[in-house]
Design a protein around this ligand. Structure first.
Ligand code: CO
Length: 216
């Protein structure tokens, strides 16, 4: 291994650090002491969907969890721990579940493409696909069909977040935290609000049903 490996990244890092310092000399010293993000972002690992940049937030302003196809499973200790820490320790006010159109994971799930280990993970997206089989089959354009599944998947993950013990307990003790479902477009960089925002488990189920009904 040479010492010059990934030299460009270190150069980028140095330049970034210097520019942040130049802009605000207290930037790092202020962040060192604490983070007080108001948002938890749960999104896809896709390199084209970077949380902070898309919503224009600086380091310290959004707590982030990403995995393939932005899936929230009740047995995933990693996701549950992130949600727990965000809600109970950081006291975030909003949880943003963000899918994206043209998601490779969703597409692979839709077409039953075999990729190996990841197939097991994407089974969760296939559950969403199978639940909405009739609506999806009614869409002629194959890209539109996958994009609709990207929306259904994000909406389902909102419900899953709302059903976690973390959220149920937070709401039971009167903590104010709202869960939102969004879908991001790689084509124009804009976020589509899927209109399933919920501040209680009941509201989540109700808004989910309404939103699914409205989609053809
Ligand atoms: Co994706």
């Amino acid at each position: 291994m040479s010492d010059t490996q990934l030299e460009n990244l270190f150069a980028n890092n140095k330049a970034w650090s210097e520019s942040m310092n130049a802009e605000n000399p207290e930037f790092f010293s202020r962040l060192v002491n604490q983070q007080t993000p108001e948002y938890l972002w749960i999104g896809c690992s896709d390199s084209r969907v970077p949380a902070n940049q898309i919503i224009g937030l600086a380091p310290g302003e959004v707590f982030v969890h990403r995995n393939i196809a932005n899936v929230v499973v009740h047995t995933d200790l990693n996701a549950l721990s992130v949600i727990h820490y965000a809600v109970e320790m950081l006291r975030v006010k909003h949880i943003l579940v963000v899918g994206h159109y043209g998601c490779g994971g969703v597409k692979a799930a839709f077409y039953d493409n075999r990729t190996g280990l990841t197939d097991n993970w994407l089974r969760h997206v296939q559950d969403v696909r199978d639940r909405h089989e009739v609506k999806l089959a009614a869409i002629d354009d194959p890209n539109e069909r996958v994009n609709r599944l990207c929306e259904f998947n994000a909406m389902q993950q909102v419900v899953n977040v709302c059903q976690t013990s973390v959220l149920r307990e937070a709401w039971a003790r009167g903590q104010s935290v709202t869960v939102h479902g969004w879908c991001y477009s790689l084509q124009n960089g804009l976020i589509n609000d899927l209109k399933v925002s919920a501040s209680s488990r009941e509201e989540a189920m109700e808004r989910y049903r309404d939103a699914v009904e409205k989609l053809r």
